[in-house]
Design a protein around this ligand. Structure first.
Ligand code: URA
Ligand code: SF4
Length: 188
């Protein structure tokens, strides 16, 4: 395990998988280093690759709106991704790419020690919660893993594509808010 600064430098220079060849910037993730809540997406898109910041495109703006509904903003949480470099044309990250990158995310989780992890979309849920996770059926349900409360919600991009999923996601957000009140100590 590396400390925060070592890990940051390692990620910035990482060439462990082929995504290194096509990326513009590594997207390390950002937010509070003592965050009680971590949000984990799939991988950087075009805007994220350009800026080096997670969730800054259209999906990211929508994510900000969702967070605001339950009194959260980026300064209070940490937002990261399954893979830190953009998959070409925003395809799903391949299993080998996820396997190459996940150690960095695990190192981040070990340093931050969050109380709650929210997977954004099925890719993160399948890797972090259960390999046969069914997002349509199981979103919003909680499982505890190694003392961390874990859940998944639809990916913001999916919510932009299909507004019919939004009411269910609003329920999930309220459930996240309730879980924060139950297990977190910071003020939100
Ligand atoms: N989609 C993701 O999954 N992650 C980002 O950082 C941006 C869009
Ligand atoms: Fe390294 Fe992860 Fe980027 Fe692959 S996606 S090059 S493992 S930082």
């Amino acid at each position: 395990m590396q400390n925060w600064d070592e890990l940051y430098q390692t990620c910035m220079a990482c060439q462990k998988c082929p995504l290194a060849e096509t990326r513009t910037n590594v997207v390390f993730g950002e937010g509070a280093r003592d965050a009680e809540v971590m949000l984990i997406g799939e991988g950087p898109g075009e805007q994220e690759d350009k800026t080096g910041r997670p969730f800054v495109g259209r999906g990211g703006q929508f994510l900000d709106e969702m967070l605001a509904m339950i009194g959260l903003d980026r300064s209070k949480i940490f937002i990261g991704n399954m893979v830190k470099c953009r998959p070409p044309k925003n395809r799903d990250p391949l299993p080998a790419e996820q396997d190459a990158c996940i150690g960095y995310l695990r190192n981040q989780v070990a340093l931050i020690r969050p109380k709650i992890i929210v997977c954004l979309g099925r890719i993160a849920a399948m890797k972090l919660i259960r390999s046969d996770y069914k997002i349509t059926k199981e979103h919003g349900q909680w499982v505890e893993k190694a003392g961390v409360q874990m859940t998944a919600i639809f990916h913001p991009a999916a919510l932009l594509r299909d507004p019919r999923k939004r009411p269910e996601t609003f329920e999930d957000l309220k459930s996240i808010q309730a879980m924060i009140q139950k297990v977190c100590q910071h003020t939100y």
